[in-house]
Design a protein around this ligand. Structure first.
Ligand code: NAI
Length: 462
């Protein structure tokens, strides 16, 4: 039996970041992980491999659509699917290996296997019981699935199977127009698949600023994705390696089918807590199956904490990371704080979509007086040069105080551009603060400044 200050269960972005922070703060730390490699869903079968596929297929798109007009003549590249998957695996390996290196550097023990908590202060891995003053559950999430839909990860897949298909499907049906459905739908549309996205609601990406969501749908449609909105999927049947999705249109209850080579089920994720011993310990859960925690990430059982996808809040790697650092700092006696009002969200399609803070819809619901500053990328010189003039930056600011309340970007590098606004919001900035900050020319960032200017006397290039 070994004894630790902290044992973290799960080596995803929440767990591994937490472990590193604990080690930096002088604690003796171990992480329990049952996968063959560290990094959790994000590094192994989520954020990182999907970004590799998005990058590769975006390059293909550029070659097919924009090279010739830049004077780069020649045949567009053909796709070597096996090599593309190898490239993806290499990227994953570099990242998961990187975490292993960081564990060694920080003297963090990796307890290999799936952990459970037989009692407060104990973690069982295989036949071994380890002691810990503090146990942090960072066990993540799994695809939530749909009734009547059986996933085999070959014909009917979650994001995991979609990242390792045997071949590029001629036809792909995507259930759910959320982040996963649209990112992976884009990948396969660029690879030539005929992609249809079936979504229960009447709009894509629920929760997103409606103006951005509309523009996003328009651009994706231009890229070849088809959308069937307001459609409730009833089930999927598989015959001769083809899958048939049955759905009902909500407006008239009429039943329809769609047959495809592959069906991607992307209807959300749920906390993954099976096997931990939650029930026997009496850990309180929320009605939505998340581990209930207080503002210090503590469960109702002393010495047991939980963070990331297993608890409430957006299921995002960076939210889990922030919670991982905060719980470590709290255990060390510091006074950390996670600002849940300023957690950016990014969809890594092309163009990218990003958001932070309030949307126009949430501000209206709150009855707040706000103003909108908008700037199209068509007015940005760098974007025009790079065939990236589609989309806009939208900043929402308090009508009276000019304080920035939210921002929404659809356009090139939107996922990076949003952080300037996050920092500004963290410092309580007014739109004028951004507008008066010198931005290098020619950069995409100028579009952010112009949107801030548009909150005041007006953008220059619009
Ligand atoms: P999601 O919650 O983003 O979207 C699910 C969609 O499925 C919703 O639009 C919902 O209305 C629809 N839906 C549900 N039931 C349906 C039915 N019966 N018929 C038709 N449509 C139905 O979930 P998603 O895309 O699976 O992602 C899961 C989680 O992973 C999310 O929390 C997401 O934020 C996170 N994630 C984040 C990424 C990023 O930050 N770039 C990338 C991938 C995942």
């Amino acid at each position: 039996m070994s004894s630790y200050d902290v044992i973290v269960i799960g080596a995803g972005p929440g767990g591994y970041v937490c472990a590193i922070r604990c080690a930096q703060l002088g604690m003796k730390v171990a992480v329990v992980e049952g996968r063959a490699t560290l990094g959790g869903t994000c590094l192994n079968v989520g954020c990182i491999p999907s970004k590799a596929m998005l990058h590769a297929t975006h390059m293909l798109h550029e070659a097919e659509h924009n090279f010739a007009s830049m004077g780069l003549k020649g045949k567009a590249p053909s796709v070597d699917w096996k090599q593309m998957l190898t490239y993806k695996e290499t990227v994953v390996g570099q990242n998961t290996g990187g975490i292993e290196f960081l564990f060694k550097k920080n003297k963090i023990d990796w307890l290999k296997g799936w952990g459970s908590i037989p009692a407060a202060g104990q973690v069982k891995v295989g036949d071994d019981i380890h002691e810990a003053k503090h146990i942090i559950i960072a066990s993540g999430s799994e695809a939530s699935g749909l009734p009547g839909v059986e996933v085999d990860e070959k014909t009917v897949v979650t994001s995991t199977g979609a990242l390792e298909l045997g071949k590029i499907p001629k036809t792909l049906a995507v259930i759910g127009a959320g982040v996963i459905g649209l990112e992976l739908g884009s990948v396969y549309a660029r690879l030539g698949s005929d992609v249809t996205v079936i979504e229960y609601l009447d709009a894509i990406t629920p929760g997103m600023d409606v103006e951005v969501a509309r523009q996003f749908q328009k651009l994706l449609t231009k890229q070849g994705l088809k959308f069937t909105l307001g459609a409730a999927v009833q089930g999927v049947s598989v015959k001769n390696n083809k899958a048939t999705v049955t759905y009902k249109l909500r407006k008239d209850d009429s039943e329809h089918t769609l047959t495809a080579d592959t069906v991607l089920v992307a209807t959300g994720r749920k906390p993954f807590t099976a096997g931990l011993g939650i029930d026997a310990l009496g850990i309180e859960m929320t009605p939505r199956g998340q581990i209930k925690i207080n503002t210090n990430f503590a469960t109702n059982i002393p010495g047991i904490y939980a963070i990331g996808d297993a608890v409430e809040g957006p299921m995002l790697a960076h939210k889990a990371e922030d919670e991982g650092m905060a719980v470590a700092e709290g255990i060390a006696g510091q006074h950390p704080h996670v600002n849940y009002g300023i957690i950016p969200g990014v969809i890594y399609t092309h163009p990218e979509v990003s958001s932070v803070g309030e949307t126009e819809e949430t501000l209206k619901q709150q009855g707040r007086a706000y103003k909108v500053g908008k700037f199209p990328f068509m007015g940005n010189a760098r974007a025009k040069a790079n065939f990236a003039g589609e989309g806009f930056v939208k900043i929402l600011a308090d009508k009276n105080t000019d304080r920035i309340l939210g921002a929404h970007i659809i356009g090139p590098m939107a996922g990076d551009l949003i952080h300037e606004i996050c920092v500004a919001m963290e410092f309580g900035a007014a739109a004028e603060d951004l507008a008066r900050t010198c931005h290098a020319h020619p950069t995409y960032s100028e579009a952010v400044r112009e949107a801030a200017l548009a909150c005041g006397d007006g953008a220059i290039h619009a």
